[in-house]
Design a protein around this ligand. Structure first.
Ligand SMILES: NC(=O)c1ccc[n+]([C@@H]2O[C@H](COP(=O)([O-])OP(=O)(O)OC[C@H]3O[C@@H](n4cnc5c(N)ncnc54)[C@H](O)[C@@H]3O)[C@@H](O)[C@H]2O)c1
Ligand SMILES: [Zn+2]
Length: 387
């Protein structure tokens, strides 16, 4: 008799370089050419560039710089026309429209799976371009050049892409590791303050759940953060990015098949607040508020010592991040706080039983599988008083 089941099993290794640099598009800087040609194939690589419109406004000379760069490195890469401008900011990823535009462009250029998409922009633009590029021919090579603190410290070095759809944050997305990442710290100079400090919220997030010494650095560096100190933010971005990469590499679940997602500490409330605000609250600001709420939950459950809760709230505020929004007390038709619906949205997005990461001391976290709703309601009142 022949067997009627064969259990197919294989593993695929992934690897990609993450570079930190300045003046990435100076023709003398060989990094980009090196990343595009990193497999040593003896051919000229076709590159389609996409540029966040906010970056294009702040760096108007960038398209011509890119041309000059390609001219110098013509033996390695060929630019397929000027960079296509894509809308930046969360608003651009609140439907599938922008991603479809990118796919139309990729189709018009007849790029193949071994061609390269160069995506330059903040986390939102990288998500849009990354999603489109991961769908076109089931995935083109994507070289990301993140231009915000948040995307350099967090989203731009990770393995996910997505857009918001059907009223849900990050509903349509893919797991798609990049071909390479080049973070150029020069870009951070032109960021508006809320985005500049927004990325620091993600740094606090990894610090609180993983790295007490990093938390101390952030707490003690509040004045440097408020002064937008170049060297300090460079160190913060680098350290947060490495912690993020380490998690993806070592935690055993890079594509998030399980229900646990420690890097989403504070994110159930954050995602709900972003949606409720019509995306007028930045992701980083929403994450800071979400971390404050869940740190209060952790304290009330006897996990987190009170002095750690105080330290987290004080450090976030000292850096210029919010721990409160009036949206937290907005109630729906049923009289309940609207933000509470974020718990079920979050569970659905991750799949399986609810799994929320709570700090048990600064630098260490644990997972819990229910949130006490009365405690969340109490946390809302607590944060309002605190603010
Ligand atoms: N894929 C993931 O794993 C992941 C993880 C975390 C966050 N995200 C997403 O990232 C997004 C937030 O990204 P963000 O904080 O980078 O903001 P953003 O991409 O929304 O950009 C913010 C604004 O700054 C502009 N901008 C970008 N770079 C600039 C520069 N160097 N100079 C001047 N202006 C510039 C943009 O045009 C935009 O108007 C959210 O949508 C969030 O969901 C994704
Ligand atoms: Zn985040």
């Amino acid at each position: 008799m022949t067997a009627d089941v064969f259990h197919q099993r294989f593993t695929v290794p992934f690897d990609y370089p993450v570079h930190f640099t300045r003046a990435a598009l100076d023709p003398a800087n060989g990094l980009l050419a090196g990343v595009v040609g990193r497999l040593g194939e003896k051919r000229v690589h076709r590159v389609a560039a996409f540029l966040d419109d906010g970056v294009a406004r702040a760096w108007p000379e960038l398209p011509s710089r890119l041309q000059a760069y390609a001219a110098r490195h013509a033996g390695v890469l060929r630019l397929e026309g000027p960079p296509e401008i894509v809308p930046g900011g969360e608003q651009s990823k609140n439907s599938l429209v922008a991603a479809e535009r990118v796919m139309e462009r990729l189709a018009a250029l007849h790029l193949c799976r071994q061609s390269c998409v160069l995506a330059i922009g903040g986390g939102s633009a990288l998500d849009v371009v990354g999603l489109a590029a991961s769908l076109a021919h089931r995935g083109l090579r994507v070289v990301r050049m993140p231009t915000t603190t948040l995307s350099q410290a967090d989203s731009g070095v990770g393995v996910k892409t997505s857009v918001d759809a059907y009223g849900m944050k990050n509903f349509a997305g893919t797991f798609a590791p990049p071909f390479g990442v080049i973070s150029d710290f020069d870009f951070l100079r032109t960021l508006e303050w809320p985005y500049w400090i927004g990325g620091v919220a993600e740094a606090f997030k990894v610090a609180v759940i993983r790295d007490a010494a990093f938390f101390a650095l952030l707490r003690e560096g509040a004045a440097l953060l408020r002064a937008r100190n170049d060297d300090f933010i460079e160190g913060v971005v680098r350290r947060a990015a490495l912690l993020h990469l380490e998690h993806i590499r070592t935690a055993g679940d890079p594509f998030e098949f399980g229900a646990a997602r420690p890097l989403d500490f504070g994110h159930w409330a954050a995602h709900k607040l972003e949606t409720m605000s019509g995306y007028s609250i930045g992701h980083g600001q929403a994450v800071a508020i979400g971390m404050a709420l869940d740190s209060h939950q952790a304290f009330r459950r006897g996990l987190l010592p009170e002095q750690d809760l105080d330290a987290i709230l004080a450090a976030l505020r000292a850096a210029g991040l919010p721990v409160w929004s009036p949206l937290l007390r907005r109630r729906g038709a049923d009289g309940e706080f609207e933000v509470l619906a974020g718990i079920e949205d979050f569970r659905e997005h991750l799949g399986g039983p609810l799994t929320v990461t709570l700090p048990e001391t600064i630098g260490r976290a644990r997972e819990v599988h229910e949130l006490n709703l009365d405690t969340v309601r109490e946390g809302i009142a607590f944060l309002e008083r605190h603010a």
